[in-house]
Design a protein around this ligand. Structure first.
Ligand code: ZEM
Length: 290
């Protein structure tokens, strides 16, 4: 990006204050546009940042947030990405307002902003991603399939470079949002406050009794007490597998520990495969809205 000074073209190098302006506009738009789902676009922004990043393959160093290749039809059309156009469209006016930011920085910054604005932990973030061309689109099938079990979770998240503890922490994002029958085919929210970041996903996993839902849709679970909540088969796998369950119990018990460990691993997710010039200690901590 460039700007003009006395008629001369100068390179524009945005700093923390510029990115804070982007953050503030995302926060303002989130606060203004509450006529969607449970009242917030925040959850679907968290999911956009995750799906932009979760294509990473550590062996080939391909995929990941650096590239924003979900702009293009092969990747935007992958089944796992159904519904994420809503999130990309939400951010389009912000991109128009700040044309110097790359889509890949914008989508990840929005994920970090949404976590903070929905009452979650601070998620430090740094710029440096570049948008890539259509040839960099990742093959279909890199994102997890909710109908699978513990082995699949370890395969997919292991390919990104995460350990058991990190996999469980990341799945705690399911405190937010809901499944939509016209997107994934699954249906319902994971807890009673889907627009508030919390450890409720883990508490309910441990304390509630989860039964197979009787319906015509894909196999999913519902809570015995109210029959209004849901768990995906992969969510239930987190309490069926011993290695995962110890972390579920830890996070169910201690919200502070979950917030800290989630923040660390979400930062790591959003940075997979990005060739930063900056150092981790140069990450920005954005000021949340009041
Ligand atoms: Zn999700 N996720 N996810 N996830 N996810 C959905 C919704 C959301 C899996 C999955 O298949 C699904 C992570 C891990 C895994 C969010 C964040 C993160 C939905 C419902 C499905 C089916 C989509 C729909 O119908 O709209 C699987 C199998 C996962 C791992 C095993 C991780 C990691 C996340 C972030 C760190 C969020 C926020 C949502 C809610 C989206 C919304 O629109 O409300």
């Amino acid at each position: 990006a460039y700007f003009y000074l006395n008629g001369e073209k100068k390179p524009f190098v945005p700093g923390q204050a510029d990115y804070q302006k982007v953050y503030d506009e995302i926060a303002r738009k989130l606060a203004d546009e509450t006529d969607y789902d449970d009242g917030s676009y925040g959850p679907v922004l968290v999911r956009l940042a995750w799906h932009a990043s979760g294509t990473y393959d550590k062996e080939t160093n391909t995929g990941g947030s650096n590239g924003a290749t979900m702009r293009f039809a092969p990747e935007s059309g992958h089944g796992a990405n159904a519904g994420l156009k809503t999130a990309r469209d939400f951010l389009e006016p912000i991109k128009a307002q700040f044309p110097w930011i790359t889509y890949s920085d914008l989508w990840t910054l929005a994920g970090s902003a949404a976590i903070q604005e929905l009452g979650g932990p601070v998620v430090p973030w740094r710029p440096g991603r570049e948008d890539k061309e259509i040839v960099a689109c990742t093959p279909d099938g890199r994102l997890p399939d909710a109908s699978q079990g513990h082995r699949h979770i370890r395969d997919v998240f292991g390919r990104m470079g995460f350990d058991d503890r990190e996999m469980v922490a990341l799945c705690g994002a399911h405190a937010l949002g809901r499944a939509h029958t016209d997107r994934s085919g699954f249906d319902g929210p994971w807890d009673f406050s889907p627009t508030v970041f919390s450890n409720e996903f883990f508490r309910l996993l441990v304390e509630e009794k989860w039964n197979q839902r009787k319906w015509n849709g894909p196999a999913q679970f519902t809570d015995k007490t109210t029959s209004t909540l849901m768990m995906l088969p992969t969510d239930i796998a987190l309490i069926k597998d011993k290695g995962f369950k110890s972390h579920v119990e830890r996070y169910a018990k201690d919200s502070d520990v979950f917030f800290k460990e989630f923040s660390d691993v979400y930062v790591k997710l959003l940075e997979l495969g990005v060739p930063f010039q900056s150092k981790p200690e140069d990450r920005f901590v954005f000021k949340a809205s009041e």
